[in-house]
Design a protein around this ligand. Structure first.
Ligand SMILES: [Zn+2]
Length: 437
């Protein structure tokens, strides 16, 4: 007798791929099992196949009929700034109406979130984060990465990391220290002193965070500064992530590949050299299409401290050159109050089709198995196959393309996390917060 048998999926999308993720032509080949079923025991998938075969093989304590609907792996969101205070909707209105020059608004906007976050209590930050995790779970995200980086002083950065580390929720949380997010205003002409502070914070941050992230860009940190932080972080056992080339071509992708970072995120201004360097590495490129959607031409381009109107590379051609260049790629929300105030991976999947002109198979791989590899967890989750964690979604629609084509509504019906049904008919079945159990 096994714990759970999910049956009668019109399509079971497994998102199975080679170790390292779906790359090159393989990203277009999505495994779809018609009338599919999944056998689950002790939190893990033990068998996958047609319903008729699995029904013959197993008796289960709980049967879950997908009733002719799509079944997929849980979505993985490998880049968020989920713990913050306040809202930046006023700033957004001035930007969209053109009443303010986007200029250095991005940097200024991050600093405004920093001052609100510094003023917020641990309890307030935690409550808000748990509410956001509820929303993510209901929208199908079962694993999420969360960064600090809205503290920019030692006490607040560590407070944010303690909040992240202490989140007990059905959604699995992976913590990242991002002291090197932007230079805080009070260090405007003391760059080295701030980098020293980040390095001094690393040993304490290591208790709560698995990754160290830094922003390599003209409005973030220089290559030399990033190398200093990275060297100290690696000595303490951190794995690396980098925000790169978001507002200008800064050689960030090359740096991430050279450092052996787990991921290099944003990449709007990646160069041909950057693509070659990434292909030769194991570093996953993480694309953030809801940032593109939300900001579009309003994202400033900054060079040598001067803001210019954005002259974006044509995204579809740019991203196609990354795929054709053999890069491994994932998708993420970059959930944050300024440039991407959505916690929904469904919104990301839809924006990826519309703005990056990616195909459905590419988008599914990038939101599941490749996103799991962007968190070094691809051998544990991100696909439906024997041995993997049983994180499964039953959707309200019968075909995987419909999830990407329809937009503005939540299409998740049921969420299974570690073999347990935690969302049913679009509602949470039990308190998702471990502290309440
Ligand atoms: Zn980010």
């Amino acid at each position: 007798m096994i714990d759970l048998l999910v049956t009668n999926a019109s399509e079971l999308v497994t998102c199975r791929a080679e170790p390292g993720g779906a790359v090159g032509r393989a990203i277009e080949r999505l495994e779809v099992i018609p009338d599919g079923a999944v056998a689950v025991d002790r939190g893990r998938v033990i068998a996958v196949g047609p319903t008729r075969r699995l029904r013959r093989m197993y008796r289960a304590r709980r049967m879950l009929s997908a009733r002719g609907r799509l079944v997929s792996p849980g979505l993985v969101d490998p880049h968020t700034h989920l713990v913050f205070a306040g809202s930046r909707h006023h700033e957004y209105e001035t930007i969209v109406t053109g009443r303010s020059n986007p200029g250095r608004r991005l940097e200024g906007g991050i600093r405004s979130t920093v001052s609100q976050t510094r003023a917020a209590s641990h309890a307030a930050l935690r409550t808000r984060a748990l509410d956001d995790l509820d929303v993510m779970l209901l929208h199908g995200t079962t694993t999420v990465e969360i960064k600090s980086g809205y503290g920019l002083d030692q006490a607040t950065e560590l407070r944010l990391l303690r909040v992240i580390h202490g989140l007990r929720h059905s959604v699995d949380v992976v913590g990242t220290f991002m002291g090197a997010h932007v230079l805080p205003a009070e260090y405007a002409d003391k760059r080295d002193a701030y980098v020293d502070l980040v390095i001094r914070t690393l040993p304490k941050a290591r208790r709560y965070a698995e990754y160290c992230d830094m922003w390599r860009d003209t409005i973030g940190f220089t290559e030399t500064e990033c190398l200093r932080v990275a060297a100290a972080a690696v000595r303490l056992g951190f794995k690396l992530k980098l925000h790169v080339d978001q507002v200008s071509p800064a050689g960030g992708a090359e740096l991430a590949a050279r450092l052996g970072a787990t991921s290099a995120d944003h990449l709007d201004y990646i160069s041909a050299r950057g693509i070659r360097a990434m292909r030769r590495s194991r570093t996953v490129g993480v694309l953030l299409p809801t940032v593109t959607y939300h900001m579009l031409e309003m994202m400033p381009r900054t060079e040598r401290g001067r803001s210019k109107p954005a002259e974006k590379a044509f995204w579809p051609a740019l991203i196609r050159s990354m795929i054709d260049g053999g890069m491994r790629l994932a998708l993420s929300t970059d959930y944050n109050p300024g440039t991407s105030p959505t916690p929904s991976m469904q919104a990301v999947m839809q924006a990826a089709a519309r703005l990056y002109r990616l195909g459905y198979a590419e988008i599914w791989h990038m939101s599941t198995i490749n996103a799991a590899w962007a968190l070094d967890r691809g051998s544990d989750r991100g696909s439906v196959e024997p041995g993997k964690r049983a994180d499964l979604l039953v959707w309200r629609v019968p075909e995987h393309g419909m999830v990407i084509n329809r937009f503005g509504v939540n299409l998740v019906d049921t969420v299974v996390k570690n073999g347990r049904v935690v969302v049913e008919a679009g509602r949470m079945t039990a308190p998702p917060r471990a502290s309440l159990r």
